[in-house]
Design a protein around this ligand. Structure first.
Ligand code: ADP
Ligand code: MG
Length: 326
């Protein structure tokens, strides 16, 4: 498949300080690309470069096999096919949802505009609040309105800066669903940046991990989660056990992922039995954390702590039996 948007070897410095180093990735039409990174890792800068709002020091942005012009060469930076939704939405507070979206289409014929706005309202699930002023909306509704407005002019690329930062769990889930549907149904390529691993893993078709301006791994969420390139990627994408190779080998055998000299293994790779079994080894429950759908259990084996999950709570200091799933 031909990529719609390509970032090629992007580097950027601010005041001699390197913010992005040789970042390259592609996004296809109809796909969501999630960029996961800590605060200050360069996410917003990269999005602004992708949008053509600021120039990279080195590297190029290509849209549909055409090199984007430099922001500094244009009267109004940006590209008509690329829309960016900033973290603070920029909605007009006294205007209604419908008016905010309509505004983006003010130069179009009224009949077309009304039809298009109805379509966007449906697409972004805003039916119940169309006539509410923006200032009365919840965070999730504001975010969806900002996205609808960005899409009004049939953008081919949608860039979202921390779209979930101010949302509760319920609104997060709704918006995640909306963004996926949107990309797939309208063939839009979407890049979103986040510091939240769960959002990146659940929403992206492809994702990348940005650390101090370097893209250290790209791939499907499953590949990144299951085969992290290093300890940093393993830890930023979820709960891990980091164990001594000798300890692991002795208790669980020779099949392990070694990163930076340590065995890295996800908690769900283990299962707890209450009775002894052939393959399970004895462990003692040291700590129990309720996580809603499951409990995170800290077990002690030969003075080392091992994290795993269990459906039910377990009393502290009880002996259980833990097995490495193959
Ligand atoms: P993120 O969005 O991941 O938090 P940013 O891209 O906003 O990261 O910032 C990356 C680094 O670049 C930070 O250290 C930030 O202070 C710096 N930076 C961002 N924009 C500017 C700017 N306009 N001038 C100087 N430094 C900047
Ligand atoms: Mg940012």
């Amino acid at each position: 498949m031909q990529s719609l948007l390509e970032l090629r070897d992007i580097s950027k410095k601010y005041n001699q300080q390197s913010v992005l180093q040789h970042v390259s990735f592609n996004v296809n039409a109809g796909e969501v690309f999630g960029l996961l990174g800590e605060s200050g890792s360069g996410k917003s800068t990269l999005l602004r470069i992708a949008a053509g709002l600021i120039d990279a020091d080195e590297g190029e942005v290509w849209l549909d096999n055409q090199k984007l012009r430099l922001a500094s060469d244009q009267l109004i930076p940006g590209h008509p096919d690329i829309k960016i939704v900033h973290q603070d939405y920029n909605l007009s507070a006294p205007l209604t949802v419908r008016e905010n979206i309509s505004y983006a289409l003010r130069y179009y014929e009224k009949a077309y505009r009304d039809e298009r706005v109805d379509e966007l309202i449906q697409l972004c699930h805003l039916e119940t609040v169309v006539n509410h002023p923006a200032k009365q909306l919840s965070g999730g509704e504001k975010q969806r309105t900002a996205i609808a407005r960005a899409l009004a002019e049939e953008a081919r690329i949608l860039l979202l800066d921390e779209p979930f930062a101010h949302l509760d769990l319920l609104n997060r889930r709704r918006l995640t669903q909306t963004i996926r549907e949107l990309a797939e149904q309208t063939d839009t390529a979407c890049i979103f940046v986040t510091h939240d691993a769960t959002d990146a893993l659940s929403l992206s078709h492809q994702m990348g991990v940005l650390r101090e301006g370097q893209l250290i791994q790209t791939g499907t969420p499953e590949a990144i989660y299951q085969q992290p390139a290093n300890l940093y990627v393993a830890e930023i994408t979820g709960e891990v056990n980091v164990l001594e190779p000798d300890f692991f080998l002795h208790h669980f055998g020779p099949n392990f992922l070694l990163l930076n000299g340590q065995v890295v293994v996800r908690p769900e790779a283990f299962i707890i039995h209450l009775q002894p079994t052939e393959k399970a080894i004895k462990a003692v429950v040291k700590r129990v954390v309720f996580e809603g759908s499951r409990y995170l259990i800290y077990l002690e084996i030969a003075q080392q702590l091992l994290k795993t999950y269990h459906r039910e709570s377990l009393p502290l200091e009880t002996a259980v039996f833990v097995e490495l799933l193959s």
